[in-house]
Design a protein around this ligand. Structure first.
Ligand code: PEP
Ligand code: MG
Length: 658
């Protein structure tokens, strides 16, 4: 019995839909296969299904053989043809997504100029400086004993392997039951548990054991084969599952060997943790208060490790690549999380410099604490909102600890990058609602998806572009993909019930982009009303980050409720100097008179129209520039939480001068 169909499952049979499909298939006695391009795999193995890389709108055949073959084919075809089933799955925050998949590509590390110290350049992932004893965390690779089994030992070895798998699964279930896990962590563990339970791994291990391999060697062999299959698929997100397979294999081997994973429990106070990679799972449960800094071969500024480090105020340099091995034997390490570099065994001069900077930073932090609760005002009594730039719910605590008066920029990209699917409306509504509730009655400005060819995400096919920064990004992409955009707008309308949500559009360069968005918002509101779903309206604003937006700012100001100046992009576009290109870093300077003139023009237009003018680019947190911005008429400055108290102090000092 077989039937063919076109797959309508949103974004194809990636992790969660594959798991759902397998669960359905396992409910039938019949042997069930899924066939694509002449290749048939068991529909009862999520690993095999994922490796088939079935995409939305592809033709597949479901084939069943057994007593309940008709029912099986009908049920599975029903699933494939009903895209809602796939969408529902996405509401399970983080499930099926692994942080390995979410981490953006990091640029290869470049060695900093030699200066008598071993200085390594990586990605500045969490700001701050630290110096401390090195704590190298490089769990040894497990090697199989390569023991050949006698025929009468095989059954016992299979039993031993099955017991180890059960133990690993039970441990993962216990972890999933803990309620201190974040949604992202939960997703990672759930994905690992799926793999541990998968027939293709267990089947291959048992086959190798039956051929005489000992269990540890068999697990290593099977995991390597499956991981290699994932690495070979032409899909960035499936490639990242190779790491998951290795992680599961390692857990099973440790149980078989009666060993524990190398623990982070013994890390000394103030030590710098050095690792090739640390599972977000391990780091989240480590004694974070004792960790002075984090240095990793893997990871980037938006990886889960970076988020955990930032939310705990731990300086971090990630993405060092193989260079991290140079730090294995270091006794002491100095780390600069602002510049993104690491010095192994600093010499006397570097040591003194870091010690001085660490002490100065600690002193400044202590002195700034009194500004946490200050509400800064201008001479005329107007309150200056000092808000936080954040990208995930995990960062709320740090923002509140710093004294943020709301959120001036919630970057929604991370929500999209973390998952192997586009996040569903429900999941987004939940996230934005939690954010709104956490800061109510203060405003929370959510930026609609600002993604482009430089930062690929699952579920959106980006064209190859010569200049992705001048290409299909931000509002341009969103307006071309109303399916994605409306889902976000509907989620924001639903979340607006729970607090003071405002929404802003990135990369705006013409008024039509605002009017078209407003039409979509109206459409979403009408739909929600018709569906009887609770929602509320929100203020719509724009980011000013293109020269075009600056030049039309008087007209734009009549169309929107507020401006937020994005100096990071505005500087690169005004100066025609790529913000990521170190060769033109000197030109990429917000204090250049051309950029300052653009900011002033924008402020004038906003003030004249009586709308709020704020800033959320990095410059908003610079004490040397804040007085100028306030004089121009800006009344909101949004920055990384670490800069908030210093900014409040600067504004208070302006008031004292009056
Ligand atoms: C900016 O461009 O200034 C900004 C805040 O946005 P991002 O850095 O996310 O591009
Ligand atoms: Mg920008």
């Amino acid at each position: 019995m077989e039937r063919s169909t076109i797959v309508r499952v949103h974004e194809g049979l990636h992790a969660r839909p594959a798991t759902r499909f397998v669960k359905l298939a396992k409910g039938f006695e019949s042997d069930v296969e899924l066939v694509k391009d002449g290749k048939a795999v068991s529909a009862k193995s999520s690993v095999k299904l994922m490796l088939l890389a079935v995409k939305e709108n592809q033709e597949v055949t479901v084939r069943a053989n057994g007593a309940d073959a008709i029912e099986a084919v009908e049920a599975l075809i029903g699933y494939l043809e009903n895209p809602r089933a796939g969408l529902d799955d996405e509401s399970e925050a983080g499930e099926g997504g692994s942080e390995a998949a979410a981490a953006p590509e990091v640029s290869p590390p470049v060695a900093a100029p030699a200066d008598g110290t071993r200085k390594l350049q990586g990605v500045a992932a969490s700001e701050g400086v630290a110096i401390g004893p090195a704590f190298a965390h490089f769990p040894a690779a497990i090697e199989g004993p390569g023991r050949r089994l006698q025929a009468d030992q095989i059954d016992g070895e299979v039993e031993r392997f099955r017991a180890a798998v059960a133990q690993v699964q039970a441990r993962m279930d216990r972890t999933l039951a803990e309620d201190n896990l974040s949604a992202g962590d939960r997703g990672i563990v759930a994905a690992l548990r799926d793999i541990a339970a998968d027939d293709s791994l267990t089947g291959e291990v048992e086959r190798l054991i039956s051929e005489g391999d000992d269990a540890v060697s068999a697990v290593i062999g099977a995991a390597s084969t499956i991981a290699a299959d994932f690495s070979a698929v032409d899909d960035h997100y499936l490639n990242a599952r190779a790491d998951d397979v290795h992680a599961v294999g390692r857990q099973i081997c440790l149980v078989l060997l009666g060993q524990d994973e190398l623990s982070l429990e013994t890390i000394p106070q103030g030590a710098i943790l050095i690792a090739d990679d640390i599972g977000a799972w391990d780091l989240a449960r480590a004694p974070l208060k004792r960790i002075g800094g984090v240095v990793c071969g893997h990871g980037g500024a938006t990886s889960h490790i970076a988020i955990i480090a930032r939310s705990h105020g731990i300086p971090a340099v990630l993405g060092l690549g193989g260079k991290v091995n140079d730090l294995r034997s270091a006794k002491e390490v100095a780390i600069d999380g602002n510049a993104g570099h690491v010095i192994a065994d600093p010499d006397g001069t570097a040591r003194a410099d870091f010690t001085r900077r660490v002490e100065a930073a600690a002193q400044e932090r202590a002195g700034l604490k009194v500004f946490k609760g200050v509400t800064p005002t201008r001479a005329d009594g107007t309150v200056i909102e000092v808000a936080a730039n954040i990208g995930s719910l995990e960062e709320i605590e740090a923002a509140q600890e710093a004294g943020a008066m709301g959120v001036g920029l919630f970057r929604t990209e991370l929500l999209f990058m973390r998952h192997m699917h586009l996040p569903s409306e429900d999941m987004q509504a939940e996230t934005y609602s939690a954010l709104a509730k956490a800061f109510a009655p203060h405003p929370v400005i959510v930026r609609t998806l600002d993604i482009g060819g430089d930062k690929p995400i699952a579920g959106i096919e980006f064209p190859d572009e010569e200049n992705p920064f001048l290409g299909w990004r931000g509002i341009r992409m969103c307006l071309d993909r109303p399916d994605i955009f409306k889902r976000q707008l509907r989620a924001l309308l639903r979340a607006a019930v729970h607090g003071n949500i405002k929404v802003m559009l990135p990369m705006v360069s013409e008024i039509a982009e605002v009017t078209r968005t407003r039409a979509l918002v109206d459409e979403c509101e009408a739909e929600l009303r018709a569906e009887g779903v609770e929602h509320a309206s929100f203020d719509l604003g724009v980011m000013i980050e293109t020269p075009a937006a600056v030049l039309i700012s008087p007209a734009l100001a009549k169309e929107v409720a507020f401006f937020s100046i994005g100096t990071n992009d505005l500087t690169q576009y005004i100066m025609a100097a790529d913000r990521l290109n170190p060769t033109v870093a000197k030109l990429n300077d917000v204090t250049n008179p051309a950029v300052m003139a653009a900011i002033e023009l924008t402020a004038k237009a906003g003030v004249a129209a009586g709308i709020m003018v704020g800033m959320c680019g990095e410059a908003a947190g610079r004490p040397d520039l804040i007085p100028a911005f306030i004089k121009m008429g800006l009344t909101e400055l949004s920055m990384s939480p670490a800069s908030i108290q210093r900014a409040k102090k600067t504004i208070a000092a302006m008031a004292a001068e009056r």
